[in-house]
Design a protein around this ligand. Structure first.
Ligand SMILES: [Zn+2]
Length: 228
Protein backbone atom coordinates (compact mmCIF):
# COMPACT_ATOMS: atom_id res chain seq x y z
CA UNK A 1 0.00 0.00 0.00
CA UNK A 2 1.34 3.43 -0.86
CA UNK A 3 1.99 5.97 1.85
CA UNK A 4 -0.70 8.43 2.88
CA UNK A 5 0.06 12.13 2.36
CA UNK A 6 0.38 12.49 6.14
CA UNK A 7 3.07 9.81 6.27
CA UNK A 8 4.88 11.35 3.31
CA UNK A 9 4.97 14.76 4.97
CA UNK A 10 6.19 13.29 8.26
CA UNK A 11 8.94 11.27 6.59
CA UNK A 12 10.13 14.07 4.31
CA UNK A 13 10.28 16.57 7.16
CA UNK A 14 12.11 14.10 9.44
CA UNK A 15 14.59 13.24 6.65
CA UNK A 16 15.23 16.91 5.89
CA UNK A 17 15.82 17.61 9.60
CA UNK A 18 18.12 14.59 9.96
CA UNK A 19 20.08 15.76 6.91
CA UNK A 20 20.30 19.23 8.51
CA UNK A 21 18.66 20.76 5.43
CA UNK A 22 15.51 21.87 7.20
CA UNK A 23 16.73 24.24 9.88
CA UNK A 24 15.23 25.23 13.21
CA UNK A 25 12.84 28.14 12.87
CA UNK A 26 11.70 27.33 9.32
CA UNK A 27 7.99 27.99 8.90
CA UNK A 28 5.97 24.95 7.89
CA UNK A 29 3.07 26.69 6.17
CA UNK A 30 -0.07 24.62 5.78
CA UNK A 31 -0.73 26.04 2.32
CA UNK A 32 2.83 25.37 1.12
CA UNK A 33 2.80 21.82 2.47
CA UNK A 34 -0.59 21.04 0.96
CA UNK A 35 0.71 22.24 -2.43
CA UNK A 36 4.04 20.39 -2.19
CA UNK A 37 2.37 17.11 -1.22
CA UNK A 38 -0.88 17.60 -3.20
CA UNK A 39 -3.12 17.06 -0.20
CA UNK A 40 -5.64 18.97 1.89
CA UNK A 41 -5.05 21.02 4.99
CA UNK A 42 -6.61 18.48 7.33
CA UNK A 43 -3.97 15.97 6.24
CA UNK A 44 -1.23 18.59 6.71
CA UNK A 45 -2.50 19.34 10.22
CA UNK A 46 -2.46 15.67 11.13
CA UNK A 47 1.14 15.36 9.90
CA UNK A 48 2.16 18.45 11.85
CA UNK A 49 0.54 17.02 14.99
CA UNK A 50 2.62 13.85 14.60
CA UNK A 51 5.79 15.91 14.17
CA UNK A 52 4.90 17.98 17.24
CA UNK A 53 4.75 14.70 19.17
CA UNK A 54 8.38 14.07 18.16
CA UNK A 55 9.30 17.52 19.56
CA UNK A 56 10.73 18.62 16.22
CA UNK A 57 7.86 20.96 15.31
CA UNK A 58 6.32 23.64 17.50
CA UNK A 59 3.10 25.63 17.13
CA UNK A 60 3.31 29.33 17.82
CA UNK A 61 -0.01 30.95 18.75
CA UNK A 62 -1.58 32.72 15.75
CA UNK A 63 1.55 32.14 13.65
CA UNK A 64 1.41 28.46 12.74
CA UNK A 65 3.88 25.60 12.77
CA UNK A 66 7.65 25.97 12.73
CA UNK A 67 10.57 23.59 12.89
CA UNK A 68 11.33 23.64 16.62
CA UNK A 69 14.11 25.91 17.86
CA UNK A 70 15.76 24.19 20.82
CA UNK A 71 17.28 26.47 23.45
CA UNK A 72 20.72 25.79 24.90
CA UNK A 73 19.03 24.15 27.92
CA UNK A 74 16.90 21.94 25.60
CA UNK A 75 20.03 20.93 23.73
CA UNK A 76 21.93 20.06 26.91
CA UNK A 77 18.99 17.97 28.11
CA UNK A 78 19.00 16.10 24.79
CA UNK A 79 22.73 15.32 25.14
CA UNK A 80 22.32 14.26 28.76
CA UNK A 81 19.46 11.93 27.80
CA UNK A 82 21.54 10.51 24.95
CA UNK A 83 24.44 9.75 27.29
CA UNK A 84 22.12 7.94 29.70
CA UNK A 85 20.31 5.96 26.99
CA UNK A 86 23.32 5.16 24.80
CA UNK A 87 25.39 3.90 27.75
CA UNK A 88 22.65 1.36 28.47
CA UNK A 89 22.32 0.54 24.77
CA UNK A 90 26.07 -0.07 24.54
CA UNK A 91 26.04 -2.38 27.56
CA UNK A 92 23.27 -4.37 25.85
CA UNK A 93 25.24 -4.39 22.60
CA UNK A 94 28.27 -5.91 24.35
CA UNK A 95 25.99 -8.57 25.77
CA UNK A 96 23.94 -9.38 22.66
CA UNK A 97 25.96 -8.53 19.54
CA UNK A 98 26.75 -11.52 17.33
CA UNK A 99 29.18 -11.70 14.38
CA UNK A 100 26.42 -10.62 11.96
CA UNK A 101 25.78 -7.52 14.07
CA UNK A 102 29.50 -6.72 14.13
CA UNK A 103 29.58 -7.09 10.35
CA UNK A 104 26.60 -4.78 9.96
CA UNK A 105 28.26 -2.11 12.09
CA UNK A 106 31.57 -2.55 10.20
CA UNK A 107 29.74 -2.12 6.89
CA UNK A 108 28.12 1.11 8.09
CA UNK A 109 31.51 2.35 9.30
CA UNK A 110 33.07 1.63 5.90
CA UNK A 111 30.28 3.60 4.21
CA UNK A 112 30.86 6.48 6.64
CA UNK A 113 34.54 6.53 5.64
CA UNK A 114 33.61 6.52 1.95
CA UNK A 115 31.03 9.30 2.31
CA UNK A 116 33.55 11.46 4.17
CA UNK A 117 36.29 10.76 1.64
CA UNK A 118 33.92 11.65 -1.19
CA UNK A 119 32.89 14.86 0.59
CA UNK A 120 29.23 13.76 0.54
CA UNK A 121 28.12 15.61 3.64
CA UNK A 122 24.41 14.75 3.51
CA UNK A 123 25.19 11.04 3.22
CA UNK A 124 27.86 11.25 5.93
CA UNK A 125 25.35 12.85 8.34
CA UNK A 126 22.78 10.18 7.54
CA UNK A 127 25.26 7.33 8.01
CA UNK A 128 26.67 8.67 11.25
CA UNK A 129 23.14 8.90 12.70
CA UNK A 130 22.49 5.40 11.37
CA UNK A 131 25.52 4.04 13.24
CA UNK A 132 23.86 5.03 16.52
CA UNK A 133 20.48 3.64 15.45
CA UNK A 134 22.04 0.30 14.46
CA UNK A 135 23.68 0.13 17.89
CA UNK A 136 20.22 0.61 19.40
CA UNK A 137 18.78 -2.20 17.26
CA UNK A 138 21.63 -4.50 18.17
CA UNK A 139 20.94 -3.69 21.83
CA UNK A 140 17.55 -5.33 21.27
CA UNK A 141 15.46 -2.97 23.37
CA UNK A 142 12.87 -1.42 21.02
CA UNK A 143 11.78 1.15 23.60
CA UNK A 144 15.34 2.52 23.84
CA UNK A 145 15.54 2.44 20.02
CA UNK A 146 12.42 4.55 19.77
CA UNK A 147 13.69 7.12 22.26
CA UNK A 148 17.05 7.25 20.53
CA UNK A 149 15.39 7.83 17.18
CA UNK A 150 13.68 10.92 18.56
CA UNK A 151 16.83 12.07 20.38
CA UNK A 152 19.01 11.75 17.26
CA UNK A 153 16.42 13.80 15.36
CA UNK A 154 16.54 16.46 18.05
CA UNK A 155 20.36 16.32 17.97
CA UNK A 156 20.22 16.99 14.21
CA UNK A 157 18.09 20.06 14.90
CA UNK A 158 20.59 21.28 17.50
CA UNK A 159 23.53 20.69 15.16
CA UNK A 160 21.70 22.35 12.27
CA UNK A 161 21.04 25.34 14.51
CA UNK A 162 24.28 25.71 16.47
CA UNK A 163 26.87 23.44 14.85
CA UNK A 164 29.40 24.69 12.35
CA UNK A 165 29.46 22.98 8.96
CA UNK A 166 32.81 21.28 9.58
CA UNK A 167 32.16 20.10 13.10
CA UNK A 168 28.55 18.97 13.10
CA UNK A 169 29.37 15.37 12.27
CA UNK A 170 30.33 12.34 14.32
CA UNK A 171 34.07 11.57 14.15
CA UNK A 172 34.35 8.29 12.23
CA UNK A 173 37.48 7.35 14.21
CA UNK A 174 35.44 7.51 17.40
CA UNK A 175 32.82 5.20 15.91
CA UNK A 176 35.67 2.83 15.05
CA UNK A 177 36.91 2.97 18.67
CA UNK A 178 33.41 2.14 19.95
CA UNK A 179 33.13 -0.79 17.55
CA UNK A 180 36.60 -2.13 18.43
CA UNK A 181 35.63 -2.19 22.12
CA UNK A 182 32.31 -3.90 21.28
CA UNK A 183 34.13 -6.62 19.35
CA UNK A 184 36.48 -7.15 22.31
CA UNK A 185 33.37 -7.33 24.55
CA UNK A 186 35.03 -4.76 26.80
CA UNK A 187 32.03 -3.14 28.46
CA UNK A 188 34.00 -0.57 30.46
CA UNK A 189 35.85 0.59 27.34
CA UNK A 190 32.62 0.78 25.29
CA UNK A 191 31.00 2.95 27.96
CA UNK A 192 34.07 5.22 28.11
CA UNK A 193 34.17 5.53 24.31
CA UNK A 194 30.46 6.30 23.82
CA UNK A 195 30.42 8.84 26.64
CA UNK A 196 33.54 10.60 25.31
CA UNK A 197 32.07 10.56 21.79
CA UNK A 198 28.78 12.17 22.88
CA UNK A 199 30.65 14.76 24.95
CA UNK A 200 32.80 15.64 21.92
CA UNK A 201 29.68 16.22 19.80
CA UNK A 202 28.22 18.44 22.54
CA UNK A 203 31.51 20.33 22.94
CA UNK A 204 31.52 21.17 19.22
CA UNK A 205 28.18 22.97 19.54
CA UNK A 206 28.54 26.74 19.57
CA UNK A 207 25.56 28.13 21.41
CA UNK A 208 26.48 31.67 20.42
CA UNK A 209 25.48 30.77 16.86
CA UNK A 210 22.27 32.37 15.61
CA UNK A 211 19.34 30.41 14.18
CA UNK A 212 19.71 30.22 10.43
CA UNK A 213 16.64 29.02 8.54
CA UNK A 214 17.29 29.10 4.82
CA UNK A 215 15.73 28.38 1.47
CA UNK A 216 12.18 27.84 0.24
CA UNK A 217 10.24 25.00 1.80
CA UNK A 218 9.74 23.29 -1.57
CA UNK A 219 13.51 23.16 -2.16
CA UNK A 220 14.19 21.84 1.35
CA UNK A 221 11.63 19.04 1.06
CA UNK A 222 12.58 17.80 -2.39
CA UNK A 223 13.15 14.11 -3.03
CA UNK A 224 16.01 12.72 -1.02
CA UNK A 225 18.15 10.25 -2.94
CA UNK A 226 19.94 7.55 -1.02
CA UNK A 227 22.76 5.97 -3.05
CA UNK A 228 22.62 2.20 -3.02
ZN1 LIG B 1 28.43 9.21 16.47
Amino acid sequence: MSQSPEQQIVEHVLDAIADQKLRAGTKLGEQSLSEIFSCNRTQVRRALATLTGYHVVEHLPNRGAYVATPSEADARHVFEARRAIEMTICKNVVQFANPADHARLRANLAQEHEANAAGNRALAIRLSRQFHLILAEVGRNPVLSQYLEELTMRTSLVLGLYGSDQRSLCAVDEHAGILDAIERRDEAAVCREIEAHLRHIEAAVDFAGAPKPRGALSSLLGPIVIPT
